[in-house]
Ligand binder design. Sequence first.
Ligand SMILES: Nc1ncnc2c1ncn2[C@@H]1O[C@H](COP(=O)(O)OP(=O)(O)O)[C@@H](O)[C@H]1O
Ligand SMILES: [Mg+2]
Length: 297
Amino acid sequence: MRRLLKSGLKRLATRTDLPQNTAPEISSPQHPIGDKDALIIAVATQKGGVGKTTTSVSLASALARFHGLKVLLVDLDPQGHVVTALSQQVEPGGGRLSWVLTDEREGREVLEITTTTSIDGLDVTPVDPRLGNAEDLIGTRIGKEFILRDALEATRTHYDVIVLDCPPNLGNLTVNGLVACHTVLMPCDPSPLALNGVQMLLKTVGQIGARLNPDIDLLGILLTRVDGRNTTLNDAITEKINDTWNDALLPVQIGINSSLAKAQMSGIDIFDFDPTSRGAQQYEALADHVLELLSQA
Ligand SMILES: Nc1ncnc2c1ncn2[C@@H]1O[C@H](COP(=O)(O)OP(=O)(O)O)[C@@H](O)[C@H]1O
Ligand SMILES: [Mg+2]
């Protein structure tokens, strides 16, 4: 199940910065091709509030900070929480993902609209209030499930890893994320509702594997917001996951840690906000584990 990746640490090529408020015409569909071969990780599950964005931001940041990887974090959620979480670290610039996803001309690329951050190696897609409308517009396009995958074709040659923070539903944006990705990471808090979310997502992943993205893989289920005092519930949820989905549960877990919530509110990633916190240590361990899994693939 968990197979994939190669992707070396190579040179970063040039990126096109575009003005913020205008949907730019592209004179040529040609984009510079880099020499990387990004692994694309979708962080997804239907339930909101389980730590998808916290996981996407912290994992992307840890991969850039501690492993020297060139990482792109794509915010597929119209709520724009990625940039909220990194508001003090995202540099101005870039454009809107909705321009890329709804433009009927061929050849638009996500790399046209990315911006840099103060974290070495980490780029993000800026906040896009129109992403909600894009969700509907995408539905009218031919090949609507493949739009993001196509828009990452050249982009992915400039990154080692691309992390997709998906919205809390199984709409067009999430489906595009699942079709574009190599592997899916599913955050799940220890609650029966979150387990339902995992179950429904796994069903969708199975369908996408059968019809649209035969190579899609499961990176694992990540237990988040674990309250160490509630051992009975934690044990019951762990047992249920192990019984139902074999070895899908990752050995690294993320406990409840107020520093993670405070970091998000302050607009700074956990490694700058409080590098000694349990949240920082656990997300660093997650990044190590993810790379270890992928190197075995
Ligand atoms: N491990 C954690 N401990 C404490 N608070 C957390 C933790 N993970 C996430 N949070 C907080 O919970 C809320 C929801 O998390 P978020 O990552 O935005 O979830 P999602 O993207 O799934 O909706 C946020 O306020 C976030 O700061
Ligand atoms: Mg979110």
